[in-house]
Design a protein around this ligand. Sequence first.
Ligand code: PLP
Length: 458
Amino acid sequence: MSICRLSLALLLLTPFLHAQTAKPTLHEALMAARADRAGEPGVAAAFQRLAVAHGTPLYVYDQAYIRGQVAALRAAFAPRFPKLRILYALKANTNPEVIGLLKAEGLGAEVVSQGEIETALRVGYAGPEIMFTSSSKGPGEIRRAIELGTVLNVDSMDELNQVRAEARRQKKQASISFRINPGVDPHTIHQINTGIAESKFGLHLQGGIAFKAYETALAMPEIRIAGAHCHIGSQITETEGYLLTARKMMGLLKDLKERLGIQLGFLDLGGGLGIPYQDGQVVMSPEELAKALAPVWKEGIAAAGYEPTLWLEPGRFFVGGSGFLVVRVNTIKETPVKTFVNVDAGFNTLMRPAMYQAYHRVRMIGKTQDPLLVDIAGDVCETGDILAAGRLLPRAHAGDLLVILDAGAYGFSMSSEYNARPLPAEVMVEGDTARVIRRRGSFPELFRSAEATPAARK
Ligand SMILES: Cc1ncc(COP(=O)(O)O)c(C=O)c1O
C-alpha cells in the first residue's frame, strides 16, 4: 500500500478507532451504560472513578439528561398550548440542586409537605410559585402555606373550612384549587393509581361533589379560587387515561362557568408521564400525549368559552432516567435454588423494587463474559430485599461494580436509614465533572436525637 493510501485508510478509520479507544467523559459513560455498553473498558474506568472518589452506594444524576427531558416536554406542548405552565413535582427527587436546575429551566414547584415547601423556598421559589397538594395537611402546614401565598390544592370540605378559618385569622385571602377525583383508571400499578373512585385523593366529580365544593368556596370571601387540579397516577404509559380525564375536567370547567360564573385561572392535568424502565419498552412520548390532548383541549375551551392555563406537573419524567445507582458487590452466594449477588445497597437505598415490584435495568460494569442467571440481593435484613430478580449478567465477583438504571425518581427521595445504614451520597454529572450535591450520611447522624436516649442522659 502506498503511503498515500495508508494515510487515507487511517483517516477513514480514525472515528472508529477513536470511539473504541477514547476515554469517555462521565456523561458519555453514563449514556453508554444506558445503551448497554457498561462492559467497555473506558466506560468501566469512568464508573470506577466515580465509585473511588465518592464511595458506594452512590446516586449519580446526569444534568444534560434532565435538561433534555424538559426541552422534550416543552417542545411537544408549547406550540399546541400557548397558555402553558410546567411545574416539577418535587417528591420525585428532592435534592435542592436538582430542584434548582429545574427552577433555572423555568419550572414551577409542586409540593406535598411543609418540608418540600421549605426546600422550594430554600432553592429560591416564592410562595405563589408553589402548588401545595396533600390529602392530609396539618394545621401548621395550612398556616405556613397561607402566610406564603402558596396555592393550596384542597382535598376535602373539612380542609376547605380549615383553610378558610386560618385565612380569616391571618386576614388574608387564600388561593386555592380543588384536587378532583375524576374516576379514571390510567392502568398503572395499583399503589400509584390515584384517580380511581376508590382512591383517597380528591373530591369526586361523581355525584356533583366537586361542583358543590366550588359553589361553597365561591361564597367564602376568604377564598380565592385559582384553578382545578387532578392527577390520575404515576408511570402512565398510554394516552387514554389523560384524554378521558381531560374530557371530564373540561366538562367541569364548562359547568363552573355556565352555572356559577367561575372562570378558572388554570387547569392542572397532573404529572404521571411514564418512562421506559426496560430495554425496548415503548411508552407514550410527550409528543404523542400533546398531540392527542390538543383537540380535546380545543373542544373544551370552545365549549367553556375561555381558555385557562394548562398546568402540568411531572416528576419522574424529568429525573427518572437521569439517575444511576452505583453499587458494589459484597459477596456471591450460590444456593441449591439460585445465585445471589449481594450488593451494598438495599430497599433502604432504592425502595421501588420491593414496594412496587418495579423493574430496573442492571448493568455489570467492565465485564461482558460468562453470563449467569442471578438475583441482585440488597443488604437489608429482609427476605423481600431483592433489587432485581432473575437477571442474566456477566459473572460477578466481590468488589465488582453494578449500576442500576433509571433510579433518579423515587430513588433517594424514598430512601431511609433502615437497618441503621447511613444515607447514600448524591453527585451531579456535567460533562466530565461530578459534583457532590449531597454528602454521604454518617454514623453520628444516626444518633442525632441521642440526647433523648437513656444512655445519653447518664
Ligand atoms: C399530586 C401529584 N402530582 C405530581 C406527581 C408526580 O408524578 P410523576 O412523578 O409520576 O410525574 C405526583 C406523584 O405521584 C403527585 O402525587
